[in-house]
Design a protein around this ligand. Structure first.
Ligand SMILES: Nc1ncnc2c1ncn2[C@@H]1O[C@H](COP(=O)(O)OP(=O)(O)OP(=O)(O)O)[C@@H](O)[C@H]1O
Ligand SMILES: [Mg+2]
Length: 486
């Protein structure tokens, strides 16, 4: 293929230069020039002429838009984060630490998609002529196209085959392509027309058009853009595996996350076998949904009742522990918050794992000012059990109760849960979807709940059988209640 001309474009001002420079000659910004393919310089007249021909305006009502068609992957937990399944022409970016299980999960998903695709085909016969939406030949339904394709740039075909044997996917009909050159991958995609293709990973793919090394910002951006375009044009769903940086963010340009339809993060503690998959962005579903998996010798298995994982197993209540109900996407989950308050040195430490440290400092100040609980000369450690990360403020009340419980050395009562946001004025604010949280707690056999007054059900409400619910307005009230109950 003839090599196209490349140029270096400034990220800041858009100015271009024929060769790489440390400093942009236009805006004087440092280290902002990124390699890109130079656009062909067609005469200006022709360019406008072609533009005039392509523009066609339609009203929204005239566009034939059926609901997005989703193909379930056969893994409920993965489908949950995807918003129901793989969408045709959709592009998913999945990132995660090395060795967390990205390739394993995707291989399992491809295998079950391939199997279900074959079943659909044999049950329904060859696909009918696809109904083309206005404006050209449209994509056919995923699962009825030509199966699945696993493009691997990191491992050899033999390694993938070995993994598939280990996972018990004997006789898997997933097609594998060991290739890292973008042009060849695109040609294969166009030729084989798979329903879904996995690119493992986008950092290993390189385009011939650019001279930069694979994995560089320019290469990743260019390759992802081409693959996204191919997905939209052909209807093939593409899953890109992305590396993460040392800080845990997706490596490569930030623009990658804007380009794709769905961004998933695979996270988990390397010491535990549980893995969480979290939707950060989803154009086809809710975000902040999580899927929970357990890594076993036979691959990743979905965990349908994750609440049990995040509670540590105490036979009797211990001081410094308080269970809360957090809402991850649409799913309420019980998580144990643990606190340890211990006498510290001259500059006491405040450490939190799985919770925001600034918020912890704020809660300690509120605790001191409004509830008269002082931890000024104490080290305070707070941990969300099970490696889960809680970002919602509804954890406030549980954190404060756990800290107080540890400080006083008195356990909260058995079967106790609490949730609610606490403000700087000491007020307890309602948490979204309180009823669902309470329902989950009642389902799992909890007996006492301290919640914001606005979340407490009416007196004669019989929905939460077995759960005594105390509604509180202020943090003082919550502390008083905990003291009396404990
Ligand atoms: N025999 C085995 N028994 C149990 N678990 C295994 C076995 N072999 C591998 N694993 C698990 O699979 C993980 C590797 O999974 P996988 O290769 O899918 O990760 P990955 O996210 O694709 O990694 P990378 O970023 O290196 O591509 C290992 O960390 C380990 O937990
Ligand atoms: Mg891998």
């Amino acid at each position: 293929m003839a090599k196209e001309k490349t140029q270096y474009t400034c990220n800041e001002c858009g100015g271009s230069s024929p060769k790489w420079l440390g400093k942009c000659p236009h805006c004087n910004a440092w280290n902002t020039l990124i390699e890109s393919v130079a656009e062909s310089s067609a005469p200006a007249k022709n360019r406008f002429a072609s533009l005039a021909k392509t523009a066609e305006v339609t009203t929204l009502a005239d566009i034939d838009a059926s609901d997005v068609q989703r193909t379930p992957t056969g893994h409920d937990e993965l489908d949950r984060v995807l918003g129901g399944g793989i969408v045709e022409g959709g592009v998913v970016l999945i990132g995660g630490d090395p060795g967390i299980g990205k390739s394993t999960l995707l291989l399992q998903a491809l295998d079950s998609l391939q199997r279900s695709g074959q079943k659909t085909l044999s049950a329904a016969g060859p696909p009918q002529g696809a109904k083309a939406p206005s404006g050209g030949s449209g994509p056919r339904a995923a699962g009825q196209r030509g199966g699945t394709l696993y493009v691997t740039g990191e491992e050899s075909g033999a390694q993938i085959a070995l993994r598939s044997r280990r996972l018990g996917l004997d006789g898997s009909q997933v097609s594998v392509l060991a290739e890292i050159q973008l042009e060849k991958i695109l040609a294969t995609l166009a030729h084989t027309q798979p329903a879904i293709a996995v690119i493992d990973s986008i950092q290993t793919v390189y385009s011939e058009q650019l001279t930069s090394a694979p994995g560089s910002v320019a290469q990743v951006r260019e390759c992802a853009a081409h693959l996204t375009r191919a997905a939209k044009a052909s209807g093939t769903a593409i899953v890109l595996v992305g590396h993460v940086t040392k800080e845990g963010a997706l490596a490569g340009p930030r623009v990658l996350e804007h380009m794709v339809d769905t961004v998933l993060y695979f996270e988990g503690d390397t010491h535990s076998s549980f893995r969480l998959i979290r939707a950060i962005k989803n154009r086809f579903g809710a975000v902040n949904e999580i899927g929970v998996f357990a890594m076993t010798e036979r691959g990743l298995k979905g965990v349908s009742n994750p609440s049990a994982i995040f509670l540590s197993q105490h036979s009797e209540p211990v001081p410094g522990s308080c269970v809360m109900v957090t809402l991850e996407g649409t799913r309420p989950m019980l998580v144990e918050i643990q606190a340890l308050v211990d006498s510290g040195g001259p500059s006491p430490r405040r450490l939190s794992v799985g919770l925001d440290r600034d918020r912890l400092a704020m809660l300690l100040a509120v605790l001191h000012r409004h509830a008269g609980v002082a931890c000024t000369d104490q080290d305070v450690f707070v941990n969300a059990v099970g490696g889960v990360r809680i970002s919602e403020p509804a954890a406030d009340l549980a954190v404060m109760l756990a800290i107080t419980s540890s400080l006083r050395g008195r356990a909260l009562p058995k079967g106790f849960i609490a949730f609610g946001e606490v403000g700087l004025a000491g007020e307890v604010r309602p948490a979204p979807r309180g009823q669902e949280r309470l329902k989950e707690a009642a389902k799992l056999g909890f007996s006492v709940a301290v919640v914001p007054k606005a979340n407490a059900p009416k007196k004669n409400d019989k929905t939460f059988e077995g759960l005594t619910i105390h509604g509180v307005d202020r943090i003082e009230e919550a502390m008083e209640l905990a003291r009396n109950l404990g």
